[in-house]
Design a protein around this ligand. Structure first.
Ligand code: SAH
Ligand code: SF4
Length: 344
């Protein structure tokens, strides 16, 4: 925080108390910081914004296991954040993953993604990214739950907003804030090579997910314009360097599009591209987006595609879709409701 938290005359331990209320107990207002004198609370309230976000709408799906937040920003724009609960099972502990946004819209313009098709508005600030985790954590604290994992798979390309994204991951990892380890954070990227390299040099054991989606450059460039700048070979080399440097596994995301990238021959080519001891492939049957003829393959075709990868020893899962009926699934975030008016 650039400005001092306390005014002259406040006892020095009051700053630690205020931080404790804010980050650890996660109260929802300065008034709730009960151990602070009333004058300090009201001075904090007039000197600082408590949050850069406010909840405009919250919708639930999957019998309460998925929730989508539509947050209003101070300039009237909106951004979406998705929370997914995964109950314990088969040797796995229960998890709560939050899917955060890094930009309002996205400048990359991938053909299969609603965010990309809706254009780019602006980068989020570090505070707006941190506040997504904080706002959700406040709600979960009331339900005696907590976020266990953060994925940058909401709106935007995180490495296109590098400083605020890395700043947020550092901010919430500090022991005097949320103590939220980078090991529990995954940055998903379309493959901006110089920034993958920079991320590796940060000394942060953050997980990397590469949105690959095609086994050859000709097809990938048609789906993802920025592939003309950073070829598959250069993206995969940067991802491997990250894995070797951090010891963290790299996952490759592959949106399955019927008749486009889902043939068994393409699965064989993909195997050759990604094969590496620290890699994992997530197959995502495409979630439908308005105004697009692109569609997911049949379940049978997705399983056959997965079978080719597995037979070659590549660890692969087909990702279960969450929040389809509330437009909260991967690639569906567009923040178009309710209509944005103020500030635009
Ligand atoms: N810009 C980053 C992170 C946000 S997108 C990236 O592209 O990696 C998060 C994930 O959703 C990416 O893997 C993206 O490719 C995927 N995705 C985009 N549109 C999708 C759709 N219509 N159906 C399924 N997944 C989609
Ligand atoms: Fe942007 Fe990722 Fe969507 Fe591509 S898939 S348009 S990079 S948010």
């Amino acid at each position: 925080m650039a400005r001092p938290l306390l005014a002259a005359g406040d006892a020095p331990y009051r700053a630690a108390q205020a931080r404790d209320w804010f980050w650890r107990r996660r109260v929802s207002s300065f008034e709730e910081m009960r151990t602070l004198p009333a004058a300090t609370r009201s001075r904090l309230g007039s000197a600082f914004r408590f949050s850069t976000l406010h909840v405009r709408r919250r919708r639930q799906a999957d019998e309460g296991l998925t929730a989508k937040y539509l947050f209003g920003l101070e300039d009237g724009r909106t951004v979406e954040t998705v929370v997914m609960h995964y109950p314990a099972g088969a040797g796995r502990r229960a998890r709560t993953t939050i899917c955060v946004s890094s930009q309002v819209g996205c400048p990359i313009g991938c053909s299969f993604c609603a965010t990309g098709q809706s254009g780019f508005d602006r980068n989020l600030t570090e505070a707006e990214i941190v506040d997504q985790l904080l706002e959700v954590s406040r709600h979960l604290t009331l339900e005696q739950r907590a976020v266990t994992n953060v994925v940058f798979m909401g709106m935007g390309e995180p490495l296109n907003n590098y400083g605020p994204v890395v700043g947020a991951i550092r901010r919430w990892s500090r022991s005097d804030t949320l103590n939220f380890s980078p090991r529990r954070v995954t940055v998903s990227t379309i493959g901006l090579v110089p920034f993958i390299e920079r991320l590796g040099a940060e000394g942060m054991p953050v997980n990397l997910a590469i949105s690959l989606h095609a086994p050859d450059d000709a097809l990938r460039s048609r789906m993802i314009p920025v592939n003309r700048k950073y070829s598959i070979a250069s993206v995969v080399a940067a991802a491997r360097a990250h894995a070797n440097r951090t010891g963290r596994r790299v996952s490759y995301e592959y949106v399955l599009l019927a008749g486009v990238n889902d043939s068994l021959e393409q699965a064989r080519r993909l195997t050759a591209v990604v094969r590496h001891p620290l890699s994992h492939v997530n197959l995502i049957p495409m979630n439908p987006i308005a105004g697009s003829a692109l569609a997911p393959p049949s379940r049978q075709q997705a399983l056959a595609f997965q079978g080719v990868l597995q037979a070659a020893g590549v660890s692969t899962t087909i990702r279960a879709t969450r929040g389809l009926d509330i437009d909260a699934a991967c690639g569906q975030l567009r923040a178009r409701e309710p209509a944005v008016t103020a500030g635009k």
